[in-house]
Design a protein around this ligand. Structure first.
Ligand code: FES
Ligand code: FES
Length: 154
């Protein structure tokens, strides 16, 4: 099947129900998208599909044919994604980093749809797990991106 990933076209030979995550990582060698739980629980595998965040571990590859997939490898070619990465660096969000590509994807999708999210909208969107407990830094970065004067303002 033919896939569009990071504005390039790929021909992929995979069963229709293969998780998109395996195609991205194993067939195409883009390892920035991580495997965490495989059960749609943690968000480590998050990618954008037509600008919406999806969990690629439970997304059949056939479901993204004809759609535009964006992974962490190309997120800085997106204007919003570029701002998110810069703010992540500014806030020194990452610890081990394993969950962070998924966190960046979640933040980018939120801010693309809602440029100035409220605190409640941030809480609702930023639900990916982080075993290092970087939640405070994640929320500070997203509040900064949302234009809030201080963490927690909305
Ligand atoms: S690996 Fe997909 S949600 Fe955890
Ligand atoms: S930074 Fe280590 S799991 Fe989130």
């Amino acid at each position: 099947m033919e896939l569009r990933i990071n504005q390039k076209t790929y021909q992929v030979d995979a069963d229709a129900d293969t998780p998109l995550l395996w195609v991205i990582r194993d067939d195409l060698g883009m390892t920035g998208t991580k495997y965490g739980c495989g059960l749609a629980q943690c968000g480590a595998c998050s990618v954008l599909v037509d600008g919406n965040v999806v969990r690629s571990c439970v997304t059949p590859v056939a479901g993204v044919v004809g759609r535009e997939v964006t992974t962490i490898e190309a997120i800085e070619s997106d204007e919003v994604g570029k701002r998110v990465v810069a703010t992540w660096v500014e806030h020194q969000v990452a610890q081990c980093g394993y969950c962070q590509s998924g966190q960046v994807m979640a933040a980018t999708a939120l801010l693309k749809h809602t440029p100035q999210p409220s605190a409640a909208e941030i809480d609702a969107a930023m639900i990916n797990l982080c075993r290092c407990g970087t939640y405070n830094a994640i929320h500070a970065a997203v509040h900064d991106l949302a234009g809030h004067s201080a963490k927690g303002d909305a």
